[in-house]
Design a protein around this ligand. Structure first.
Ligand SMILES: [Mn+2]
Length: 265
């Protein structure tokens, strides 16, 4: 069985199309989406339509939950003042734009899915087994404990927008990264291919080029704050609270004159 794992599309239709085309060109049995279909780019309804049409098994993300149930927007301490304001505007844009039918679809999503296949168990959830909005980064010291706590062979999580694969003996934690709002230096659409045989699991991260400028221009021409287009175009590098920007020194020098570095507390 070969699975394609996608996550964190965030309304970015060109990125989703590129990833689905790439998946189409490979022998994949099922696509699983770890959630966050909406917010930050102007195609939330089109993304939901394509996800449903493509019969993708989908889990609820924290952004989906907030739009589905009209939950309040709570600022995140890791964000700068500028990002806090932009985020609220972007989420309010989705609250106005996403149709009632699509809100009902988002509300219908499960928060985790467990697949048993041959002798193996795979546990899919948006952020962590315990929470829909906890960030589990690659270097998290509790990662193995979290994996073992849900008695699974493979824990598949997104939410951080940073792809990684961590192996613990025969068990794994796989984060496919983000399709539509990558926080990796290349900003490419990321996803994962997971192969499952009788007793073994393989995983790889795939990066796909897509027309980032098309998405950025659509954001500039919408009510979504320019912040999110600038981010895709790397006009800002937000360090947030995690030292994940492994920009190599050569790349850094070429862009240093055009970026603004945000250091947030
Ligand atoms: Mn999320």
């Amino acid at each position: 069985m070969r699975l394609a794992i996608i996550s964190d599309i965030h309304g970015n239709l060109p990125a989703l199309r590129a990833v689905l085309n790439d998946i189409d060109s490979r022998a994949i049995d099922q696509i699983v989406c770890l959630g966050d279909l909406v917010d930050f780019a102007p195609w939330p309804n089109e993304v939901i339509k394509l996800i449903r049409k493509s019969k993708i098994m989908t889990i609820m993300g924290n952004h989906d939950e907030r739009i589905a149930f009209d939950l309040p927007i709570v600022p995140l301490s890791k964000h700068s003042k500028k990002e806090t304001i932009a985020r609220e505007q972007a989420i309010n844009h989705s609250k106005k734009t996403v149709t009632e039918e699509n809100k009902a679809y988002l509300a219908s999503l499960q928060k985790s899915i467990i697949i048993e296949y041959q002798n193996l168990i795979l546990h899919f959830t948006h952020a962590s087994p315990e929470s829909i909005d906890e960030y589990l980064y690659e270097d998290d010291e509790s990662l193995e404990e979290r994996l073992l706590s849900v008695n699974t062979d493979v824990l598949l999580i997104g939410h951080t927008h940073l792809s990684y694969i961590r192996n613990f003996g025969n068990k794994k934690v796989v984060n496919p990264g983000s399709v539509g709002r990558s926080k990796e230096p290349d900003r490419k659409a990321a996803y994962s291919i997971v192969g499952v045989t009788l007793n073994t699991v393989t995983a790889e991260i795939v990066k796909v080029d897509y027309p980032i400028s098309e998405t950025a221009n659509a954001i500039y021409n919408s009510d979504i704050p320019d912040f999110y287009a600038d981010f895709l175009l790397r006009k800002y590098i937000t360090t947030a609270s995690q030292p994940f920007y492994q920009v190599d020194s050569n790349t850094y020098k070429t862009v240093i004159s055009t970026i603004i570095i945000y250091i947030t507390a």
